[in-house]
Every structure is written in structure tokens, then in C-alpha cells.
Design a protein around this ligand. Structure first.
Ligand code: FES
Length: 251
């Protein structure tokens, strides 16, 4: 396999790159099978599809040594936001790299330096964080419907009859009156009960069994089983809820 960064145009897409380990050992990094944050909890299945996809194309692959999952922020027109922060004259931002941070970092180094030193750059409109995005309107609408659909979940039924039935590594949503409870049992067997209301703008979080955390489908925040905010835009932890006495006794 020639040393390059490859990616396809399937949806979800795949990518491959090489990482030399020593003079005669090379790791192949294979990624993709993405889904929108908080909208799927089928990580094992996605790894299996990814492996199948890779082995079909690279029959000499050895054993899998590492597996992980992470988040990528993607503007709906897939072009990074690089330039003057909207409404702020002396603040410049680089964001929405869609997994192409090295390339966009180089663009940012040229573009922002020009904006500071000479006040303009030929690419500034393309990357402007204040640009209006008219392409991909369907995606724009569907992104904005996510919070609406999500708020309806406050009224949906519990996913489990009793949180006592949760096994280590499992999480589920339970309804308590008008409140939605994020219940999970961590890998050490401890039960955690938190408000399922994301501390960014209040969407209902969903359990991610692969990464063992709560994901927010609205803007991608993630929270640890103990409620700690792991990934923004939320910065505050999920609100802890009182555990009934028999839960405490069970621990
Ligand atoms: S409401 Fe959860 S990330 Fe925005």
C-alpha cells in the first residue's frame, strides 16, 4: 500500500493511512463508519463492518492492535471555519476541521496571519466563520430538527422496568414524572443516577456503550458515567439525583 491518506466517498465514509512503527513495521490506521453523535449505540457492529471493509481490500492485514472512537466536528458545508470571529474585531478562530486539522492548520496559519497584518486574504470569504451556508440545506434543516425531536423524548416511556436490572457497562433512560433520568452502572458495578438533561441546552442524552459515556445528539457533548462533562460544548456535569435507599444499600 503506497503511503498516502486515502478516503472514499461512501456514506458513511472510510479512510486509511499508514503509521510507521519502526523500519520494518507499519501500522495501518483504518477509520470511518461514522454516525451522528448520540444517534447510534452499535459501536461493535460498526467495528465489525470496518474490519470487513478493510480486510476485503487489504488481505495481508495482521491482527487488530488498537480500537477507539472519537468525535469530529463538521460544518454542514464541510469547509472549516477560519478567520475573524463574528462580531469581534480582534478575535480569530479556527474550528470545524472535519478531521482535516493539519491541512486547515496550514490554511489558518496563512489566512489569519494575513488578516492580522494586512487586513485581508483572498480565501477569507471561503472560510469565513460568519458565512451564510446555502448549500446542503436539507442537512441544515435536519440538524435543526434534532433538538425538536429530542425534546419529545422527555415524554417517552422508560427503557427499563427497574434500574436494578442494569448490568455493569449498561445505561438507559428512565422516566420519573416529567424528569428523564440517565441511569448507568459503571464497569466497577456502581450505579449512577443523573438528570438526562444535557447541561448545554437541555436535550436528552443517550448512552454510548462503546465509549461508556452519555452522548448528546444535539451538539455532541459527552458526559462520563459519574456525570462529569468530557466533551463540549457543555462544561458543567449532569445534575446528580438522589438514589433511593435500596440502591445505596445494594452498593
Ligand atoms: S444540548 Fe447537549 S450539546 Fe447542546
Amino acid at each position: 500500500l503506497a503511503d498516502a491518506l486515502y478516503w472514499d466517498t461512501l456514506d458513511p465514509y472510510h479512510y486509511v493511512r499508514l503509521q510507521p512503527l519502526s523500519t520494518d513495521e507499519v501500522l495501518v490506521i483504518i477509520g470511518g463508519e461514522d454516525h451522528k453523535a448520540g444517534e447510534a449505540d452499535d459501536g461493535e457492529q460498526r467495528f465489525a463492518v470496518l474490519e470487513h471493509w478493510a480486510r476485503e481490500r487489504l488481505p495481508d492485514l495482521g491482527a487488530i492492535t488498537h480500537r477507539w472512537s472519537g468525535q469530529v466536528l463538521e460544518p454542514i458545508d464541510f469547509v472549516g471555519f477560519i478567520g475573524r470571529s463574528p462580531d469581534e474585531e480582534h478575535v480569530f478562530i479556527v474550528s470545524g476541521d472535519s478531521g482535516q486539522g493539519i491541512t486547515n492548520g496550514l490554511v489558518a496559519g496563512i489566512l489569519i496571519a494575513d488578516l492580522i497584518t494586512s487586513g485581508s486574504n483572498a480565501w477569507e470569504d471561503v472560510y469565513s466563520p460568519a458565512r451564510k451556508i446555502y448549500k446542503n440545506l436539507g442537512e441544515y434543516i435536519s440538524e435543526n430538527i434534532t433538538p425538536l425531536k429530542n425534546f419529545a423524548e422527555y415524554l417517552s416511556a422508560s427503557e427499563i422496568a427497574s434500574v436494578e436490572g442494569l448490568r455493569s457497562g449498561e445505561g438507559c433512560l428512565v422516566r420519573s414524572g416529567l424528569q428523564k433520568v440517565a441511569a448507568c452502572r459503571d464497569q466497577k458495578g456502581q450505579l449512577h443516577l443523573h438528570s438526562a438533561s444535557c447541561t448545554h441546552l437541555g436535550c436528552v442524552v443517550h448512552w454510548n456503550s462503546l465509549e461508556q459515556c452519555w452522548d448528546c445528539p444535539c451538539h455532541g457533548s459527552q458526559f462520563a458515567p459519574d456525570g462529569t462533562a468530557l466533551n463540549g460544548p457543555a462544561v458543567s456535569p449532569l445534575a446528580e439525583l438522589e438514589k433511593p435507599a435500596h440502591h445505596q444499600a445494594a452498593e
